[in-house]
Write a protein that binds this ligand. Structure first.
Ligand code: TNX
Length: 561
């Protein structure tokens, strides 16, 4: 670990080393008897668990006169941290340029100077000693994660949305060296089946940042709703963003998204999208937009039926059906339309990846469609799978030509995987794709589906879509498939939790399904595999729950398994 710089005048204390699972106690000095310590005096309850943490005696105390000292590149991160600290402590917490002499007692120092490049883009070191906290990282994402760790080192009340009196704002003295295991630590939210506002999405981004998640997969389009304004095709949102009611057999009162005329739905304007993208970026979260094709496209076809095989009637009023709207793959106009849509999407989202869905495509219409049959004959495609592959490859050409990378669900492998595509595995295919040199993201239903039940007592739970997916199962997830040859392990970009919202119509229900299982998946994505221990996680989760209480976040309590 690096030495702290001269800003931090106090010497490093000789740290008592604790094991990573929270089981150990500070080692007694030679000749001293070990004293029994309550668990909270062992390892701080950090989620996700850092790569390396050493605890030493003593505490750092945040004081009314505490300041955040920053080097020039770290100003924004300093302001972010200051805003968080001010709210609950009521302290002034000025952000000032550092490096001018000795740091006053109680300072927090954020700096990129002399940071070890080995920490990588998202890694950081944090040293808390009685007089100061120093967070050092080569990049702002790392400093930001160091700031998140500092917040978790402080009492849970630091997350309060109002000033709390009578709290000792101290952190244990620690030295942390931390960096993520995986580059893709994702969560998907389906805003099509039910709609969530810009403010709600931003709240989710804040909660993601707290768990050091860095990829928000925004499922913007599905059969039941088109949620992104596209200037060239206004009917996509005029028609596709609305349906007559909440759908899925839910009580209308379970939902919150009603238009002025009482219809159910909503969409994000391009200004909204820009705002959310910037909000995410300031939390070091990249957004991966998903525009579903060729299936799950009823909402688009309700607005522009000419891009279906039959030209016939499509509607957003499809409850539960997974094989509803499919674009015509024989019509060149379909590709022109989708490329025009993606052109606007690409302008709005600066990230590397564009998700094109590709899951659950019925080939029935294509088999009956003259244009699709002609396409198959012309391109020498032997079945619907190959026609789907043609579709995806053609879209990939466009996406690549715009400098982006196509990602799609497991089924984009059917009929042959497009050349540079990334596979998001929900029902398999990661081993095959990675072994063929493609990058993959793991989000298998068995471990990563947040729409599944959180209890075996289903009657006591809000209606959910899938089987039982307990917290312990999410926590036990190993993203690198056992069958994948080590030479291809580097193709595993990471892991992702998915929340489909057929039965989730309010934001507090989103939170209930997401937490604490997403905390478990965050640790899966961040922490070294060897450090993961269920008993430690459960113990730390008890403190995480106190943080959620302060934030007034709904979560599933009492997840013992
Ligand atoms: C399958 S997972 C779907 C979604 C559904 C989900 C319900 C995937 C790529 N497609 O359209 O909402 O099952 O769990």
């Amino acid at each position: 670990m690096k030495q702290i710089n001269s800003l931090c005048v106090l010497p490093l204390l000789t740290a008592a080393i604790l094991c990573l699972d929270g089981c150990a106690r500070p080692q007694p000095a030679p000749g001293q008897a070990a004293t029994a310590q309550p668990p909270e005096q062992s390892l701080p309850a950090l989620i996700p668990q850092p790569e390396k943490i050493r605890r030493s005696d003593g505490a750092f105390r945040l004081r009314p006169e505490s300041r955040i000292l920053v080097d020039a590149p770290s100003e924004a991160t300093g302001q972010y941290l200051a805003a968080k600290l001010r709210t609950s402590t009521g302290y002034k917490i000025d952000v000032e340029p550092g490096g001018k002499g000795v740091a006053p007692k109680g300072s927090i120092i954020l700096t990129t100077q002399n940071a070890s490049a080995d920490l990588g883009a998202e890694g950081y070191e944090l040293t808390a000693i009685p007089g100061s906290v120093v967070i050092r990282a080569p990049g702002q994402a790392g400093l930001f994660y160091g700031a998140q760790t500092l917040l978790q080192l402080l009492p849970p009340e630091i997350f309060s949305t109002q000033t709390v009196k009578g709290v000792q704002w101290s952190t244990p003295c620690v030295q942390i060296e931390d960096r993520p295991r995986f580059a893709w630590r994702g969560m998907m939210l389906d805003v099509s089946r039910h709609f969530f506002t810009k403010a709600e999405v931003e709240q989710l981004l804040d909660l993601m940042a707290m768990q050091k998640l860095n990829t928000f997969h925004w499922h913007l389009v599905d059969d039941q709703g088109w949620r992104i304004e596209i200037m060239k095709y206004p009917r996509l949102t005029q028609i596709g963003a609305w349906r007559k009611d909440i759908g899925f057999g839910l009580d209308p009162k379970a939902g919150t998204a009603y238009g002025p005329d009482g219809r159910y739905g909503g969409y994000y304007t391009q200004a909204d999208i820009r705002e959310v993208v910037a909000y995410a970026a300031s939390r070091h979260i990249t957004i991966v937009p998903e525009i579903e094709m060729p299936g799950h496209s009823s909402a688009a076809l309700a607005a522009y039926p000419e891009f279906s095989c039959s030209g016939g009637f499509y509607t957003t009023e499809v409850s539960g059906g997974t094989l509803a709207g499919v674009y015509c793959a024989g019509n060149d106009g379909t590709f022109e339309f989708l490329q025009n849509v993606l052109a606007e999407v690409i302008e709005l989202f600066p990230g590397k990846y564009i998700h094109i869905g590709g899951d659950e495509v019925s080939k029935d219409n294509w088999a009956k469609c003259e244009k699709c049959q002609a396409r198959m004959a012309k391109e020498n495609l032997k079945d619907g799978h190959e026609l789907q592959s043609y579709f995806v490859r053609r879209m990939e050409k466009y996406i690549n030509s715009r400098g982006r990378t196509l990602i799609g669900w497991s089924e984009i492998r059917e009929g042959g995987l497009a050349q540079n595509a990334v596979v998001m595995d929900w029902i398999g295919g990661a081993v095959e794709a990675a072994s063929a040199g493609h990058d993959v993201v793991l989000s298998p239903t068995t471990y990563c589906y947040l729409d599944h039940y959180q209890s075996t007592n289903q009657a006591a739970e809000p209606r959910a879509i899938g089987d039982y997916l307990p917290l312990s199962r999410a926590y036990s997830f190993e993203p690198v498939p056992a069958k994948l040859d080590p030479q291809f392990h580097s193709h595993v970009l990471g892991a992702q939790g998915n929340l489909w919202t057929e039965y989730v119509a309010s934001f507090s229900h989103v939170q209930y399904m997401t937490f604490p299982r997403m905390c478990a998946l965050a640790e899966v994505g961040w922490s070294p595999a060897a450090s993961r221990q269920w008993s430690s996680f459960k113990q730390r989760l008890a403190t995480q729950e106190l943080r959620f209480d302060q934030l007034k976040v709904t979560y599933r309590k009492g997840m013992q398994e």
